[in-house]
Design a protein around this ligand. Structure first.
Ligand code: UDP
Length: 309
């Protein structure tokens, strides 16, 4: 039986990853300091004897007993509101946390999978974004703590690969949504759904012409798993290439939630990327992966889950 350590295991993506790996027959240890994660996300996994949880901050020293075959480093605040509230923890999770988890992978001879991000492309000057694009990041702006932490973590993973021959993988994760997103994490998906369900004004930042491309969580987790099982060490974009303006997105959610909400326009936050859309040719070709869940279907499932909870 293979053993996996998932940092950020009580978070939105981390908890789905733990669940998926258990289903694939792995033994899973989730690690989280619970600053943005929540034990409720993994309470249903607690009954499995192949699952365990360790409360730990990855930016401190990590002790883990026994064999580890895969280290998946997913710990970090990830919503712009969260990482702007906790920029220092975010920088530490990406730098010290990546160093510590790479150290575990080296010591245990484990494969290492890094949760990187489309934010490494910053406010991209090319669209869609290919893995070969180096990005347009403001290091000292309000998004800098997250963007640079992730860019540093990619550099460190590649250094461990080159120097120590650790089998590292880098998933550049684009906007992902689905059940277990925190209703108050400030991101566009929970914000719009909560506003629509409560018939409150839907708050568009800027003129709504900026674009995002949203990937449903089950698709994302499958992509991560395929990358983890592959022999690729260079970054791979994992996301859904269906691009929408935020204004279109607001109308879509309004319709799905059958809402009477008005649409209102607010100030665009600093350094908010104008366009974001993954080029997933590499994932299609090398991982034989592409998303299957369309936006309407995924949003309906997410709205249903939020209503229930
Ligand atoms: N956004 C918005 N209204 C909200 C929340 C976000 O118009 O209530 C916009 C935000 O300015 C950005 C896009 O939606 O252009 C996606 O924002 P999110 O916070 O989900 O993540 P990002 O993709 O910017 O990291």
């Amino acid at each position: 039986m293979k053993n996996a350590l998932v940092t950020g295991g009580a978070g939105f993506i981390g908890s789905h990853l733990c669940e998926f790996l258990l289903k694939m027959g792995l033994k899973v240890t989730a690690m989280d300091n619970l600053i943005t994660g929540d034990l409720k996300n993994i309470s249903h996994l607690a009954k499995s004897r192949n699952f365990s949880f360790i409360k730990c901050d990855v930016s401190e020293h990590i002790t883990i007993n026994g064999k580890v075959d895969f280290v998946l480093h997913f710990a970090s605040p990830a919503s712009p509101v969260d990482y702007q509230k906790a920029p220092i923890q975010t920088l530490k999770a990406g730098s010290l946390g990546t160093h510590n988890t790479l150290g575990v992978a080296l010591a245990k001879k484990a494969k290492f999978i890094l949760a990187s991000t489309s934010e490494v492309y910053g406010d991209p000057l090319v669209n869609p974004q290919l893995e070969t694009y180096w990005g347009n990041v403001n290091p000292i702006g309000v998004r800098g703590a997250y963007d640079e932490a992730k860019r540093f973590s990619e550099a460190l993973a590649m250094a461990y690969h080159r120097v120590h021959k650790v089998d590292t993988k880098i998933a550049r994760i684009f906007n992902t949504y689905g059940p277990r997103m925190r209703k108050d994490d400030g991101r566009v998906v929970p914000n719009f759904i909560m506003q629509a369900l409560n018939n409150k004004p839907i708050t568009i930042y800027g003129d709504g012409n900026q674009t995002r491309s949203f990937c449903y969580i089950s698709d994302l987790v499958e992509g991560i798993y395929k990358l983890m099982m592959s022999d690729i060490n260079e970054p791979v974009n994992i996301g859904n290439p269906e691009e929408h303006t935020i204004l279109e997105f607001a109308h879509m959610i309004k319709k799905i939630a059958d809402s009477k909400s008005k649409i209102v326009f607010k100030k665009l936050p600093q350094d908010d990327p104008h366009r974001r859309c993954p080029d997933i040719s590499k994932a299609r070709k090398k991982l034989k992966w592409e998303p299957k869940i369309g936006l309407k279907e995924g949003l309906a499932a997410t709205v249903g889950w939020i209503k229930q909870h």
